[in-house]
Design a protein around this ligand. Sequence first.
Ligand SMILES: [Zn+2]
Length: 277
Amino acid sequence: MSFSEAIKEKVKIRADFTCCWCNDHKQKVEVHHIIPEAASGPDDEDNAAPLCSNCHTLYGGNPDLRKEIRARRDHWYDICLSKLNPQHNWPIGLDVPLLKSFRPIAPQEIFPLGGILLTDELVDNKEKPPILYLAINFKTSRYFWPNVPQNEKWLYLEANMRPAFNLRIQVEVHDTAVKEVMRFLNGDGEGWTLFGALPIIAERLSLPEDRLDLHARDQLELWRENDERRIMISTFTSTNAGMSIHARLSNEVAKALADYLAGTSFISGVDLLSTEK
Ligand SMILES: [Zn+2]
């Protein structure tokens, strides 16, 4: 006997088609009997391990390594489960940064209310400086394309990745969106997406429906995945080519961001949380 096609497929998918011993994604994966068929090893999932042909040859036949193969397989399954991102097909092995540190950004002329800086390590950690810096500033007008009425509320976001990658976007703050974002950051709700200039500019320019997608779009997306809060800032060009930065939020950082948003709306003299449009 041998494994059914269904079991083979299930094992390969659980392992993201990757060998559980060497984790080399480029090698074709085979489904190995941990206890061999000759020793009456069953054809069930528990006795199956995803190995590349190299590791199969090197380690598969050694009875002393059966326990090790099983341990590596289970560990690899756990990694796959925690890292595969079904919504965005995030590749395995890519560690999405966890933003777990924050500090206020001092007010500047252009951002009179100041902002908040989120990072994956303490900013002044010389041993291990942050990989991702996400600066969020509140603004009562747009940063890009400023020739519009000044009574709008925007968030200006700037992501810097070490050593030299920079993405800047702006999204408009609406009452409903802010409420939902804060509710999500405080532990409830499914998340929310805030959008940049597209709908408003399109409206102001009186663009026909079929021209709407000819304009660039910024967005800030917040959602829950694998029991964690995730944040993504993206920009899409007129051809829909795009660029995104994706991170996870620690509970402390989520709370700090919610408090920051609450603070900006109150300090600006407009209570976004109690004003319905
Ligand atoms: Zn291998």
